[in-house]
Design a protein around this ligand. Structure first.
Ligand SMILES: Cc1ncc(COP(=O)(O)O)c(C=O)c1O
Length: 383
C-alpha cells in the first residue's frame, strides 16, 4: 500500500543517507544518556551550558506560573501579549536594531522572513552553505535566487556586478552551522558600502557566545538579523531583529506568523530573564574561545583535517558510510558526535560535526581526540 515510500527509503538506505535518530533518555551538562549508556556529548548546541542549569529551570517555573501555559491563538487574533511586545523591545535595544519579532522556532523565523521579504523586483544572493530553513523559506516565497560559493566574497562580488542595479539582498550566516567558519563582516561591509545592497544575517550560532555581551558579530553589516533561543540561550524559540516597517509588513503578509499560534506569553518573560543572565557570561564566552583555539591546535597537531574557527568544528570524512561508522565507533567509546551527511552537507562530503560547550574541559577534549585519532586510523581516514 505504501510501496513507493518503502522503495524511496530503500534507495536512501543504499546511498548511506538513511536517518534514524538515537533515543535520548536524559541529558545533564556534558552527559547524554542513550539507553543505559552515558556519553560525553559533543553534538549539542547548548554552548553556554544553560539548558540544564537549575537557575534557568527556576526562571521557567516562575514565568509559567504567572501566565496561561498557551497563548491559545495567533498574534493576529488574541495572542499578542504585552509581555511579548516588552520583550521584543528589550531584545531590539540590546542587539541595536529598531524592532524585533519572536518566533516559535528558528526554522519558522527563516521560513516567515524568506518567504515574505523579497519582491519580484529584487535580486537575492545567498551563500551556498546557508541553512535548510532559509532555502525552504526562499522556495516558499517563489522569488528566484542566486547562490555564491561558500564564504567566498570575491565570488559574491562577481554575482553583484552581474545584476544591473536591481535592489539586491545578500543572505548569509555569521557562524556557519556545519562548517563552523565565520563570516568576514569587515569585507562584507566594504562590499555593501560599494554596491549598496541589503543584508540578512542568520546569527543562530553566534548570539550569546560571540561579540560584545553576546550580540553576535554582524550587527555592523546586517539590516536584518535572525537569532535563536534554542542554542546558546539554552531555551527554545527565535527572534528576528529588523526595521519597524518590515515588522509591520510581516504582520500583514507573513503566513507562518499570521496563521500559527504564538509562543506562550511566559516564553517572553523567560527570554528577558535569560538575556540578563547571558549579558553577564563574558567569562564563559572567553572560555569557549580559548577551548576552541585549544581544540583546533590539537587537531592540527594530530594532522586531522577540519573546518571551523568557532565552537563548531567540522572533521572531514567524505564517504557517508564511513562517517556513520566513525560516529558509531565513537559512541561505543563513550562520545556522542554527529555524522552530518547529504543533504545537510554536499554529497560525498560527510563530516563529523563537533560542538564545544562551556561544560567541556581540556581533559574531555584530549580524551575525545585520542579516541577520534584511533578511529580515524582504523577507518583509513588518517594514514
Ligand atoms: C543557521 C541556523 N538557522 C536556523 C536554525 C533553526 O533554528 P531552530 O533549531 O531554533 O529551529 C538552525 C538550527 O539548527 C540553524 O543552524
Amino acid at each position: 500500500m505504501f510501496e513507493e515510500y518503502l522503495t524511496r527509503l530503500e534507495q536512501w538506505r543504499n546511498e548511506n543517507l538513511y536517518r534514524e535518530p538515537m533515543v535520548v533518555s536524559n541529558r545533564q551538562g556534558k552527559y547524554v544518556d542513550i539507553g543505559l549508556k552515558r556519553l560525553i556529548n559533543f553534538s549539542s548546541n547548548d554552548y553556554l551550558g544553560l539548558s540544564s542549569d537549575q537557575k534557568i529551570k527556576d526562571i521557567f517555573v516562575r514565568n509559567f506560573e504567572k501566565y496561561p501555559v498557551s497563548s491559545s491563538s495567533s498574534r493576529l487574533v488574541c495572542g499578542n501579549y504585552s509581555v511579548v511586545l516588552e520583550a521584543e523591545k528589550r531584545f531590539a535595544k540590546y542587539f541595536g536594531y529598531e524592532d524585533c519579532i519572536f518566533f516559535q522556532t528558528g526554522f519558522q523565523a527563516n521560513l516567515a522572513l524568506m518567504s515574505t521579504l523579497f519582491l519580484d523586483s529584487h535580486e537575492i544572493i545567498v551563500d551556498k552553505h546557508i541553512h535548510a530553513s532559509t532555502i525552504s523559506g526562499l522556495k516558499l516565497g517563489r522569488v528566484g535566487f542566486k547562490t555564491y560559493l561558500h564564504n567566498n566574497l570575491s565570488h559574491l562580488e562577481k554575482r553583484i556586478k552581474s545584476i544591473n542595479n536591481k535592489p539586491c539582498w545578500v543572505v548569509t550566516e555569521s557562524v556557519f552551522s556545519m562548517d563552523g567558519d565565520i563570516l568576514d563582516t569587515d569585507a562584507l561591509l566594504r562590499l555593501k558600502q560599494k554596491y549598496k545592497f541589503r543584508c540578512v544575517v542568520d546569527e543562530a550560532h553566534s548570539v550569546g557566545i560571540m561579540g560584545d555581551r553576546g550580540i553576535g558579530v554582524a550587527s555592523g553589516v546586517s539590516d536584518i538579523m535572525v537569532g535563536t533561543f534554542s542554542k546558546a540561550f539554552g531555551f527554545f524559540g527565535a527572534f528576528i531583529l529588523l526595521p519597524h516597517v518590515i515588522k509591520e509588513y510581516m504582520f500583514n503578509f507573513a503566513y507562518p506568523l499570521i496563521y500559527s499560534t504564538s509562543l506562550p506569553p511566559a516564553h517572553a518573560g523567560i527570554a528577558m530573564d535569560i538575556l540578563n543572565i547571558v549579558e553577564g557570561l563574558g567569562d564563559r564566552r572567553w572560555y569557549l574561545k580559548e577551548l576552541s583555539a585549544y581544540t583546533r591546535d590539537c587537531l592540527r597537531e594530530l594532522g586531522i583535517r577540519f573546518t571551523g574557527k568557532s565552537c563548531i568544528l567540522g572533521i572531514h570524512i567524505g564517504d557517508e558510510d564511513v562517517a556513520c561508522k566513525v560516529s558509531q565507533e565513537l559512541v561505543n567509546r563513550g562520545f556522542m558526535v554527529f555524522a552530518s551527511r547529504y543533504p545537510t552537507v554536499p554529497r560525498n562530503k560527510a563530516i563529523l560535526r563537533i560542538s564545544l560547550c562551556y561544560f567541556h574541559s581540556e581533559k574531555d577534549i584530549s580524551r575525545f581526540l585520542s579516541q577520534l585519532k584511533d578511529v580515524l586510523y582504523e577507518k583509513g581516514i588518517l594514514k
